[in-house]
Design a protein around this ligand. Structure first.
Ligand code: ATP
Ligand code: MG
Length: 395
């Protein structure tokens, strides 16, 4: 039989939220349950200020991998449940530390105890001291010494009402707030590097993101959809319950190409993307749009052009990358696992029918004059009618 392990999950930021604390905690535990749902025999407990997850030794690696993707977790540790007596814990500490001394290199260590059970008869410093002294007694000759300030190895002991756990090390979580504690948003997701990172950033702040992709399959083939669908699924792993709406965009783009000022094309595409996204946000109860735009990255992202696009919708538009350098965005994309898919070669629909000199400072009245020249309302209705929706937890 494999041996039991306990994962101690820490979540500082939620702890700070006063009366909302139990709301945030239940959102977080709900997400953890969903993430680990297919792992057999897992149990959950919720002593104050912590979530404890009971697993067994064989489930540790998978559990660590999944918990690292859950917003709201500051850090976690995988520990061993143990009797709260000095001898048992010292023995476990010796088992962990002795192999580290095998090379002959000296090692510094420290034992640290926290008690949530204040009725426990020994104080935390005394308990740490007694455990530490036992370990030192056994391993001092092999090169172990105690060090308070910057020990290389810290044996941690948590003495709770129900259970005592010993562990070593903390795995960093992605921090932020639990998913769905902050409401729903709609991210405009292209197949590029930026928009998946933008979506991740709002998901980490507790929003559930749905996604919309504007697809020009007639000109670009199915590759754009495949890529964006994979990206949406990767980002959806940091949350659950996301939808991807795929809106056919070819007819709108062709009309803009044929009937409007060439220099305005990209900004006109964008205005239509925002309008359609707004209609979908209303349909799905999303309170804001999210994009991967950042100032000056491309011609359509000057302040003037961003303003000329934003003014088409009454919704908040979040641009979490607005002040970031491309290099930092790339680093983030690598961390969240979207970069390799994003760089697969496939053009985005905005690059279709690109004029030689796109306008850098569009004027809204001129854009509106262009929009008189093509039946955007009809084409918008048609695009929404022909949209496909994918449930990202399933498909
Ligand atoms: P990305 O890397 O996210 O594609 P980008 O630097 O290529 O961004 P643009 O192509 O100007 O910049 O796109 C800016 C933003 O507009 C994107 O981050 C995305 O939010 C949205 N967007 C662009 N094309 C599409 C599309 N085909 N479907 C949905 N959203 C799009
Ligand atoms: Mg792009």
């Amino acid at each position: 039989m494999s041996r039991p392990r306990i994962v101690l999950v820490r979540y500082d930021e939620i702890g700070l939220k006063g009366k909302n604390r139990s709301f945030f905690e239940s959102r977080l535990i709900d997400h953890i349950r969903r993430k680990l749902a297919d792992m057999e025999g897992v149990r959950y407990r919720r002593p104050r200020g912590r979530i404890l997850v009971d697993i067994d030794e064989t489930q540790v690696d998978e559990c660590v991998r999944r918990l690292r993707m859950i917003p709201g977790i500051v850090s976690f540790s995988v520990g061993v449940p143990i009797r709260p007596d000095v001898d048992s814990i010292a023995e476990l500490g010796i088992q962990w530390i002795e192999p580290l001394l095998a090379s002959g290199k000296p090692l510094t260590f420290y034992a640290r105890t926290q008690r949530s059970d204040k009725t426990f008869p020994i104080t935390s410093p005394d308990f740490s001291y007694q455990v530490g002294a036992k370990i030192l007694q056994k391993l001092h000759d092999k090169g172990l010494s105690a060090e308070f300030k910057t020990p290389e190895f810290v044996l941690e002991i948590e003495i709770g009402h129900e259970e005592t756990v010993a562990f070593q090390g903390r795995v960093p979580g992605i921090r932020g707030l639990p998913v769905s504690s902050g409401g729903e948003v709609l991210t405009l997701l292209s197949g590029g590097i930026d928009s998946p990172v933008a979506a991740f950033m709002v998901i980490r702040r507790g929003c559930r993101s749905h996604f919309v992709f504007f697809d020009n399959q007639a000109f670009l083939g199915r590759g754009g959809f495949d890529k964006t669908h994979r990206l949406a699924k990767i980002v959806n792993r940091y949350q659950w319950g996301g939808r991807l709406c795929v809106v056919p965009f070819g007819n709108l783009q062709t009309a803009i190409r044929d009937l409007c000022t060439p220099a305005h094309r990209v900004v006109l595409y964008r205005r239509m993307m925002y309008r359609i996204a707004h209609a979908l946000a209303e349909k799905y109860g999303c309170l804001a749009l999210v994009t991967g735009e950042s100032i000056g990255q491309v011609a359509s992202q000057t302040l003037e052009n961003l303003a000329a696009v934003s003014c088409t919708v009454p919704l908040s538009v979040f641009r979490p990358l607005i002040g970031m350098d491309k290099k930092d965005i790339i680093d983030e994309a690598k961390k969240i696992g979207t970069y390799d898919v994003s760089i697969e070669p496939h053009p985005d629909c905005c690059s279709v029918f690109m004029p030689p000199n796109p306008a850098i400072r569009s004027k809204v009245d001129q854009l509106e004059a262009d929009e008189e020249r093509y039946p955007w309302k009809d084409l918008m209705r048609e695009a929404i009618e022909n949209m496909q929706v994918f449930d990202l937890d399933r498909s």
